[in-house]
Design a protein around this ligand. Structure first.
Ligand SMILES: [Zn+2]
Length: 321
């Protein structure tokens, strides 16, 4: 087992236990995460939750090998209204949070207080295929917020919806967002990648249990302060592990003038006209990247002159909710 760390580059490292019982991924992102944070001033507990979701979205995206975007959202009923992270198949990430403007958020506030104050918080995963067939809707799973932290909420979702035993360890602060994902592979009759005797089903289960115990020794502080290669050695030095070519997540916002225009069409002519009346133009800032889009009277008239039905123009991920 040897990994060459690439200094300064965000990295997702996939690996598999050579006895084919467990696969895993480490993620270490800093530049991408700082790009997200440079556009907003979030209180520390919100940064932590959003950063953990960023790590988790990239880990799941690489794990599901789905050709499209994963949009992970937590809709909250407390001081935090929404956390949203989007990650595409190339590990392009963007993320944002919406906070009640009147909220006072304590430094030690955690997920249940921030997002599930009245038990009405929801966790939503949307899989939006890159090449949609006409009329094809994205897949969307919505579950109650079951868990006291981001990792547990996702583990419970994966077990219920995908029937996959998945464990996540996540951490984020002002500089880094890191995580480890372990997943139990379906028993394949004991075939291994190396020249050893086939595993029995019990042995495969034992490997999974051992991997989870090793993962559980990982404390958040350690995850925040240690690079992937050191963590791999520290946790799994006794295991036979194969690592894959590292992948490199990066920040990328998919907003365009056309998409913002479609959103204005969704708002409706009356609403847009009233803003025009009041301000002489309509200005919209992208929640994810801060890009400013401006529409004057002529632009707005053109938006509403198009014959195409609004429904056909909206990206389906936004049309769903
Ligand atoms: Zn944007």
């Amino acid at each position: 087992m040897s990994i060459t760390p690439i200094i300064g580059q965000d990295t997702l490292q996939k690996f598999i236990f050579d006895n084919a019982a467990v696969r895993g991924e480490f993620i270490d992102i800093s530049a991408t995460w700082r790009e997200v944070l440079s556009r907003h001033a979030y209180p520390a507990p919100v940064k932590k939750l959003l950063g953990e979701m960023v790590a988790a979205a990239a880990l799941l995206s690489a794990n599901l090998k789905f050709n499209g975007s994963i949009i992970m959202q937590i809709h909250g009923d407390g001081p935090v209204r929404l956390l949203v992270v989007e990650c595409d198949a190339d590990l392009h990430l963007r993320a944002t949070a919406k906070i009640d403007p009147d909220a006072v958020i304590a430094d030690d506030a955690r997920l249940p207080t921030l997002l599930n104050a009245h038990g009405k918080g929801r966790f939503i995963i949307t899989l939006d295929p890159a090449d949609k067939m006409p009329g094809q809707q994205p897949y969307q799973g919505i579950v109650p917020l079951d868990g006291d932290d981001v990792g547990t909420v996702i583990e419970n979702y994966m077990l219920r919806s995908e029937q996959l035993d998945t464990k996540l360890w996540l951490a984020a602060d002002d500089n880094v967002s890191r995580g480890l994902l372990l997943q139990k592979l379906p028993y394949n009759g004991g075939k291994t990648a190396v020249e050893t005797a086939p595993l029995t089903e019990d042995e495969a289960l034992e490997t999974w249990n051992r991997a989870v115990i090793l993962g559980s020794t990982l404390k958040q502080e350690e995850l925040l302060s240690t690079t992937i290669d050191v963590l791999m050695q520290r946790l799994f030095w006794e295991e036979t592990i194969r690592v894959f070519e590292p992948l490199h997540p990066s920040f990328h916002c998919t907003c365009t003038r056309e998409k913002v225009g479609n959103m204005l069409k969704m708002l409706g002519r009356a609403e847009v006209d009233s803003v025009l009346e009041e301000q002489g133009h309509v200005g919209v800032n992208c929640d994810f990247c801060g890009q400013h889009y401006d529409y004057d009277k002529v632009d707005c008239a053109q938006l509403f002159a198009t014959d195409a039905p609004v429904e056909a123009l909206i990206p389906a991920s936004e049309a769903k909710h």
